[in-house]
Write a protein that binds this ligand. Sequence first.
Ligand SMILES: Cc1cc2nc3c(=O)[nH]c(=O)nc-3n(C[C@H](O)[C@H](O)[C@H](O)COP(=O)(O)OP(=O)(O)OC[C@H]3O[C@@H](n4cnc5c(N)ncnc54)[C@H](O)[C@@H]3O)c2cc1C
Length: 369
Amino acid sequence: MAPKKNIVIVGGAGGAGLARALSPSLDASKHTLTLINDRAFYIHYPAMLRVNVTSDGHLEDRAWVPLDKIFAPGKVGKVKIGTVTKVVDGAVELESGETVPYDFLVLATGSKWEGFLDYPIDRSEAVKLVNSWRQKFANAGEVVIVGGGSVGIETAGEIADFYPSTTVHIVHAQPLLLNDTYPAKVRKAIASQLESKGVKLHLGDLVTEIPATESGTVVTKKGVRLSADLFIPARGPRPNTAYLKSFDPTILAESGGVKVHPTLQVPLANGKTNVFALGDIIEWNEQKMLFKTAAHTAVILPNLLSALNGGKPTKEYKTGAEPIIVTIGRKGGYGYLPFLWGISLGSWVSSTMKSKGLFIDKTRESFGY
Ligand SMILES: Cc1cc2nc3c(=O)[nH]c(=O)nc-3n(C[C@H](O)[C@H](O)[C@H](O)COP(=O)(O)OP(=O)(O)OC[C@H]3O[C@@H](n4cnc5c(N)ncnc54)[C@H](O)[C@@H]3O)c2cc1C
């Protein structure tokens, strides 16, 4: 009998979605499937800004979803909790010293965020971090958020909602919030909703160095003096790919992202085609969003199944439309769907779709809860 083919997926957010989708198509007599994640739970980032700002509803209890129900009973697949520190041809190595062999490998290790989004792996340590930030937000009279992308915008919205007497500033290098992916009318509408809640915007300006103490005074590039009890970095993440350097440095772009072919296979220097990548780590010109991981999965799934059966992967990934909904507290928000003439969603629709529930119920369902 032919030896079993081992499939290993590293990273349990988008990677978990792929694992769940792949498992029913596998045959226990022919395949093994191992999903490796460093923490025992999935962090649902769209809820994390509210989680960090307030204990209201203790959303972390539901938005940190355990990875123990990924695979249906009796189906192929197991979850291994551990940090991958190294990849070699045919195996991944864990911090514990364990080696897990693979015939096919999927890399889905996502993003490394800083500051209040840099959650420890251990759940009780992560709770401590969250509690300490909640205390900082409760005590702060003035907060400066550095970065006016969706993380900066949503953080400002949560603070304005839960601590309306706190003065919030956003400093953003571009002349409008977000980036050029989105039409100016969308970026302006979000700005005016924030301003109506008292948020002060410093657009086209820069804070070059955030005080290490988290509080203090900075002078922006334009010469504006800002004093804050709390500086919040919201400058965007780095790809979580340091563990790949010794494997094959040619697959890493300057940004740290993993280069991929449109089939989402990684172009290895040794010519092998058995490594795929998905999610935030791929070097691909698109906005990094959770729903993109499902679109990547829709490409990798048939390609991986085809490769498992000795075929050639043919399905290619193309970035689709770039919709967005940003929350501005529980009752506010703004959305844009780039279909037809471009559909804008005001506060009521955006908050009904996203701000109230933050997609937590749907996410739990997709993790087997
Ligand atoms: C605050 C915030 C709000 C957001 N809101 C939205 C939103 O509203 N809508 C939206 O579409 N997108 C949103 N995003 C973006 C979205 O969360 C990401 O695009 C998505 O999480 C990417 O999924 P991923 O699987 O690529 O990576 P990640 O979610 O980063 O998951 C990577 C996984 O790999 C694990 N891992 C990392 N390194 C290792 C290792 N060496 N060994 C083992 N495991 C490892 C991590 O623990 C993690 O579980 C938000 C992001 C943030 C930070």
